[in-house]
Write a protein that binds this ligand. Structure first.
Ligand code: 6GU
Length: 249
């Protein structure tokens, strides 16, 4: 997958993107990230990228010119099928909420373009005539879209086949199954008198799988009961939730 990121602050990115799994994904050729400074596409001696809003009211608004120029220089070949369906995504608190489902949807594309908003906002003509999608990472306000872009790159990249060690490692993730994940344990067997649950040391695969499922159901019921309304649940799951609700488990 190829991801172009347009930002006024490209230097915010390399520290995060060039470590760990994302570093390995890029080295393996599974992920290419290209950073583009919007200022490089601004005209005039001072390369101005933002101006006060028409009508007054303080703050600064990103000008349309540099953003259109930057995007158009990246997608000059509009005939290519990849470019025709290329998502051009504005990161903004007014966007649609980012979820694991949206990450899975974006992971299907060969290429993405992420446009980081800044200051008070972006000229409305960018929204109306350039971007194809707007995404927010939650109900809070950041100083700009850069952190949101990194969040999206991270969540999407780990869904690309081959990026995680075991191919199915993303399948049991919290949210991927519609439930939160249950607890994990590693060595030592007893730490400060606290022991690992017996079932995990039993070697009985079916019992372990059932225990993990029940722990995931329990944790979701305790912390995010809203998720149970849309999760895929078996009859056995519903029986267990019934016991939980009755205070019997
Ligand atoms: Cl995408 N941008 C900004 N500036 N703030 C946010 C956000 C995005 N998502 C949540 N808050």
């Amino acid at each position: 997958m190829h991801i172009d990121i347009l930002t006024l602050f490209p230097e915010m990115f390399p520290g995060y993107l060039n470590e760990s799994i994302l570093k390995r994904a890029q080295a393996a050729g599974l992920l290419q990230i290209e950073l583009h400074n919007i200022r490089d596409y601004a005209s005039g001696k001072h390369r101005v990228t933002d101006e006060p809003p028409y009508g007054g009211g303080g703050g600064m608004v990103l000008k349309p010119g540099p953003i259109f120029s930057a995007v158009e220089s990246l997608i000059s070949n509009r005939q290519s099928p990849t470019v025709a369906r290329l998502p051009i995504i504005l990161l903004t608190p007014q966007g649609r909420p980012f979820t694991q489902k949206v990450a899975q949807e974006l992971a299907q594309h060969e290429r993405l373009l992420l446009l980081c908003g800044r200051y008070e906002g972006v000229d409305e003509r960018v929204r109306q005539h350039l971007v194809t999608d707007e995404i927010s990472i939650g109900d809070f306000v950041l100083t700009g879209g850069e952190l949101a872009a990194m969040v999206i790159v991270d969540a999407v990249a780990r869904l690309i086949p081959g990026v995680l060690g075991a191919e199915d490692a993303a399948e049991d993730d919290s949210h991927a199954t519609g439930l939160l994940e249950g607890p994990h344990y590693t060595r030592p067997e007893t730490f400060r008198s606290w022991s690992v649950p017996e079932v995990l040391r039993s070697g009985h695969a079916a019992n372990i799988a059932r225990w993990r499922r029940e722990q995931a159901l329990r944790r979701t019921w305790q912390r995010r009961p809203d998720l149970l309304l849309t999760a895929e649940l078996s009859d056995e799951d519903r029986w267990f939730l019934g016991k939980l609700a009755a205070g019997e488990r």
